[in-house]
Structure formats: structure tokens, C-alpha cells
Ligand binder design. Structure first.
Ligand code: 16G
Ligand code: ZN
Length: 563
């Protein structure tokens, strides 16, 4: 590929590197104060364009800082599959973002072109979709991204407007699969699948209850507007949106949103505990790729910070989804009564063994892992934190369900399994088996198979609750979370801590793991680990035990070892 060096140099000179900053792509893209970001975002525009030429497909660039405060912003790239940027390209991001001047910048670009053997093959598909969340800094940063894409001549930038992060991922994925990929297609696809599933309740779970409205905390972010759009074409969805961020409704991520609720275990702003009937609530994060549910219970839970918030986190969501999937697989096997322990190795007549697994991280509550293994009889795989790791692992199964405890997750179906389901669903005989296949096909349309998506997550949770006729209390009763505690420790250099075995163990310094082991040994059923954060300059500590008190002191003991 011959680069128009002068053109590129001139364009980049308009976005100089701010002095004294070191950028790092981190777990999920660059994130920092918005004022520092124009050069980084321009350069990521260039990289997204190069990635598009290299793969001859549409790539994406999303401007968001998720659940971070409103004055921050960030950028992440979307690969042609709709997933996160290939890990092998992350180092290019760091090199580009930190190149001190135009000459170094051009050199890095040349290095990428040579290293990846990037060549122009045809004219098709060289395109970058750009999206941004509702942050006020988004519009001018999007302009910088646009200039970056266009500086690689011949690649088109398409501004898709204000979107949730998962919408942009979905559009990139669909566009490369040559299926309808506009925002309105997104809403129609989700809505249609939800209607199909609502109409396919099984016999045996009783008459459907008319649920109370779900009250959704939209974190004063982009999810609010999008949820309202979805609602408009899905009247059977019973919900109301709060913390929309519309005029006068509060600040993005300020005391609201999934990250806040999950970490603080108290209701978000705008949810008045005394005057509200908070029986069915959910929180999205600022870019709507995370989802948690909660309700307020009058039960006294002396162990918790807030006596009454009952959190249904990513682990509970994964368990709910996995149980539903196993229900359908049981029906496909011809055993329509859902027995407590299923046999994951039993095969489906006509297909063979369906490989189903739940993918978790070390943060998954131990009680969820036990339930998935022992009650659902499913394989649990553990990967390091970060969607890219979970997603990659989930893709190895016929149905791979992944969730982080923080509420980010989705599930993936193998093409092979979907194809077989199509055949079963189109059979003339419309029995239970055909229904189960139709359900799973609708689910595969409704969940966002590119990345975790709070909107499709809500539709999925509501579908399963309707199916089982369950309140949030009944869902919560699937298992009881073990008490846990998270702490963060500021250290001089967090990179001295290296982990292994999917972050469950410290590899270096070895003395630290020995100290953690001896702390854990004191408490039966206790578990603890530490890992350097990929998004903040801290080391994170997690501990879990039979009581909150023990979890707290175990976390403290481990934190002291980290200093
Ligand atoms: C990012 C990740 C999230 C992970 C979190 C961990 C994506 C899209 N997001 O938000 O999955 O849980 O970082 O943060 O990958 P930490 O490394 O600071 O603990
Ligand atoms: Zn997010």
C-alpha cells in the first residue's frame, strides 16, 4: 500500500500529541480526560482505516468512556466480526497513540503497512463506521476520527450518529455478513424476536402473569433514548425509563448506572426507596453494554452495606440464560420435563452432542459457578477479565454463554447448530421440538452476538421471566450469592504484579501468592485473588467467604500484602 505521506502528515499536524501523557489501549480501548484525546482519536481513525483495508471489510470506531465520568471520553475499535479489535493490533494502537511527532507517526503507519502486508485489493468494503455516545465532547472527537479515516485516502468514513456501543458492534457485524444493518434494522430484529418468544410460552408454567413495569435506570446516558425507540415498536414490553439524561435529569454516570449499583449495592439516584415500589428494576451503564437487575427487599440482611438492595448481577443473568437454554435443549432431546441435573454430554437425536458452556472470570461469585456446574450440569470455563477473552472462548461452543459479574455479557451460537435448528424449525410437524428450535433461533436473533448489549439483555431476561412466570425474587432464589468484598490498592507500579491461571493466581512476585494462600487457608470456603486493573492505575483485590465479615477481613489481609 502506498501511503500519501504528505497528506497524512498534514492531516495529523492538526491533532498534535498533548505533552506529558502516556496512552495505553488497556483492557477495552483508550480512556481519559476528553481534552487529551483529539490526537489519539484521529490516529485511531487512521488505524481503523488500515484495519479495514487489511481485512477488506467494514470496521468500526466507537467514541465512549462507558461508565466513566462525563468529562472523560475514550475510543475503541470494532473488528469486522463485530467483536473487539484483534489483540495482535492493540500494540499498534499504543505505538500510534504515543508517537511524539508527525514523522514518528508516519513511521509507525509504514511499519504497520509492512508488518501486516497491507495491500489494496479492490474497492469494496473499505469503510469505517463511526459512533459516539451522548458525551458533550463526542461531536468534536468524532470529527477527529473522521479526519483520521479520510487521511488514509480511499477509505470512507460513515458517521452513524449517537449510538450505544453494542449497536455499533452489531451494525459492523451485520454489514459484513451482508444482512440488513441499519439502526432501524437493529430495533426491528430485536423487537420481532421478542414478539416471537412472547408468543411461545410453554404449557406447564401456568397462565402468564402480567408483570409490573420494569423501571430502568439508564445512567443518564444513550441507553434511554434507544430504549424508548425500542419500546415504541414493542408495545408488549412493559417498562419505563428513568435517569434518561434528558434536560434536567442529572449527569451521566453520576450516582446512577449499572457500575454504580453493582459496586455500591445501593439504589441509583432517582429511585426513592421510601416512596417507590421498587420490585422490578434494572440499570444500564453509560453506553448500554452492561446490565444488572435489582429490587428492594424488606428482608433484613444485616450483612450488607444497604440492608435491602437485592442485586441480580451478570452471574445471575448468565445462570438464568443458561437454565433457559438447557430447557430448550432438553426438549430437543425429547425429555421435555426439565430434570434438576441435566447431562451435558447426552446428544440430541439428529445433531449429536451440543457443546454448551458458561464462560466466567475470577470475579464470578462462587455460588454461581457451583450452581451452573452442579445443578445445570454445564461446563464452566474461566478466562481473564475483559470481553475479548470471554468472547473468544465462548465462540468455541455450540452455545457459549459469557458474562462478567459486572453485567457485561451475551451468548454465541455456532453456525452449525443454527443451521440444524433451522431445519428442525421448518419441519411440517409443529410439535414441542419444533417450538424449542424456533425459540432458540429467535434468541439467536434477539441477543447481540457481537458483544454484550443491555437492550437485548433486557429483552432476554424479560423473555425468560415470562416463560417461567417468575418474579425477580424467584429468579434470585436460584442460588444465594456468597458474600464478597472488592478493594483497590494504589501502588507505585502495578505492572510488577503478574497473574496466571486466568488471573486466579499471582505468578510474580511469588511471595505474594504464598501470602494470599496462607490468608485464604484460614477460612473454610474462602477465595481471594489480586490483579492489576486494565483501566485504572490500581491493583484490585477480590475476596469471597461464608460471611461478609470474613470476606471483609480476608480482603483486607490480602490488600495489606499488596502494599
Ligand atoms: C473494561 C472491560 C470489562 C472489564 C473491565 C475491567 C470491555 C468491553 N470492557 O470495562 O469487560 O470488566 O474493563 O476493568 O472489555 P479493570 O481491568 O479496571 O478491572
Ligand atoms: Zn460500558
Amino acid at each position: 500500500l502506498s501511503i500519501h505521506k504528505d497528506f497524512l502528515r498534514h492531516a495529523s499536524s492538526q491533532f498534535p500529541l498533548p505533552p506529558g501523557v502516556k496512552f495505553s489501549y488497556g483492557t477495552a480501548g483508550f480512556r481519559t480526560d476528553a481534552a487529551l484525546l483529539p490526537s489519539t482519536i484521529f490516529r485511531m481513525g487512521v488505524l481503523a482505516a488500515l484495519r479495514s483495508i487489511c481485512t477488506q471489510a467494514v470496521t468500526g470506531l466507537m467514541i465512549t468512556a462507558s461508565h466513566n465520568p462525563v468529562h472523560e471520553n475514550g475510543v475503541k475499535l470494532v473488528d469486522p466480526s463485530g467483536g473487539m479489535l484483534a489483540v495482535s493490533w492493540e500494540s499498534y494502537s499504543d505505538l500510534l497513540a504515543n508517537a511524539p511527532d508527525e514523522d514518528d507517526f508516519i513511521q509507525v503507519v509504514e511499519h504497520i503497512v509492512i508488518n501486516e502486508k497491507i495491500q489494496r485489493k479492490g474497492k469494496t468494503g473499505e469503510m469505517v463506521y463511526l459512533g459516539r455516545d451522548t458525551r458533550p465532547s463526542g461531536a468534536s472527537l468524532l470529527e477527529a476520527a473522521l479526519k483520521g479515516v479520510e487521511a488514509v485516502r480511499g477509505v470512507q468514513a460513515q458517521d452513524m450518529g449517537i449510538l450505544t456501543t453494542p449497536q455499533l458492534h452489531w451494525m459492523v457485524r451485520c454489514s459484513n455478513r451482508r444482512v440488513p444493518a441499519t439502526e432501524s434494522d437493529y430495533f426491528k430484529t430485536l423487537s420481532r424476536a421478542f414478539s416471537i418468544l412472547s408468543g411461545l410460552r410453554p404449557a406447564g408454567y401456568g397462565e402468564p402473569t402480567v408483570f409490573e413495569n420494569l423501571i430502568v435506570d439508564a445512567a443518564n446516558g444513550v441507553g434511554a433514548e434507544k430504549l424508548l425507540q425500542l419500546l415504541k415498536i414493542t408495545p408488549s414490553l412493559r417498562l419505563q425509563v428513568r435517569n434518561s439524561g434528558f434536560e434536567g435529569e442529572g449527569l451521566l454516570n453520576d450516582g446512577v448506572g449499572a457500575d454504580f449499583v453493582q459496586k455500591e449495592k445501593i439504589p441509583p439516584r432517582g429511585f426513592e426507596v421510601l416512596s417507590d415500589n421498587l420490585k422490578r428494576c434494572a440499570s444500564l451503564d453509560g453506553d448500554a453494554d452492561r446490565l444488572v437487575y435489582f429490587y428492594m427487599s424488606s428482608m433484613s440482611q444485616t450483612d450488607q452495606i444497604s440492608p435491602s438492595l437485592q442485586l441480580l448481577d451478570g452471574d445471575k443473568i448468565a445462570t438464568l440464560f443458561a437454565s433457559y437454554i438447557m430447557d430448550q435443549i432438553q426438549i430437543l432431546r425429547g425429555t421435555s420435563s426439565f430434570s434438576a441435573v441435566t447431562n451435558p454430554n447426552a446428544s440430541i437425536p439428529g445433531f449429536g452432542t451440543v457443546k454448551v458452556a458458561v464462560i466466567q472470570t475470577a470475579y464470578a461469585n462462587g455460588a454461581s459457578t457451583k450452581y451452573i456446574k452442579q445443578v445445570l450440569g454445564l461446563e464452566v470455563a474461566v478466562t481473564p477479565t475483559g470481553v475479548k477473552h470471554l468472547h473468544k472462548r465462548a465462540a468455541q461452543y455450540d452455545v457459549g454463554i459469557y458474562f462478567e459479574a459486572n453485567g457485561h455479557g451475551t451468548f454465541l451460537f455456532s453456525d452449525n447448530f443454527l443451521q440444524w435448528l433451522q431445519e428442525v424449525a421448518s419441519q411440517k410437524e409443529k410439535g414441542e421440538v419444533c417450538q424449542a428450535a424456533t425459540r432458540l433461533l429467535a434468541v439467536s436473533e434477539m441477543v447481540n452476538q457481537a458483544v454484550g448489549d443491555a437492550l437485548s439483555g433486557i429483552l432476554m431476561v424479560e423473555t425468560v421471566l415470562q416463560y417461567r412466570n417468575w418474579s425477580l425474587q424467584q429468579w434470585n432464589a436460584m442460588y444465594t450469592d456468597l458474600p464478597s468484598r472488592q478493594l483497590k490498592v494504589k501502588v507505585a507500579d502495578r505492572s510488577v504484579i503478574q497473574t496466571t491461571e486466568a488471573e486466579t493466581k499471582v505468578a510474580s512476585p511469588p511471595a505474594l501468592q504464598a501470602a494470599i494462600d496462607s490468608a485464604v487457608e484460614k477460612y473454610e470456603g474462602g477465595r481471594a485473588f489480586v490483579r492489576p486493573s486494565g483501566t485504572e492505575d490500581v491493583v484490585r483485590v477480590y475476596a469471597e467467604a461464608q460471611t461478609q465479615k470474613i470476606a471483609d477481613s480476608l480482603a483486607r489481609e490480602v490488600a495489606i500484602q499488596v502494599f
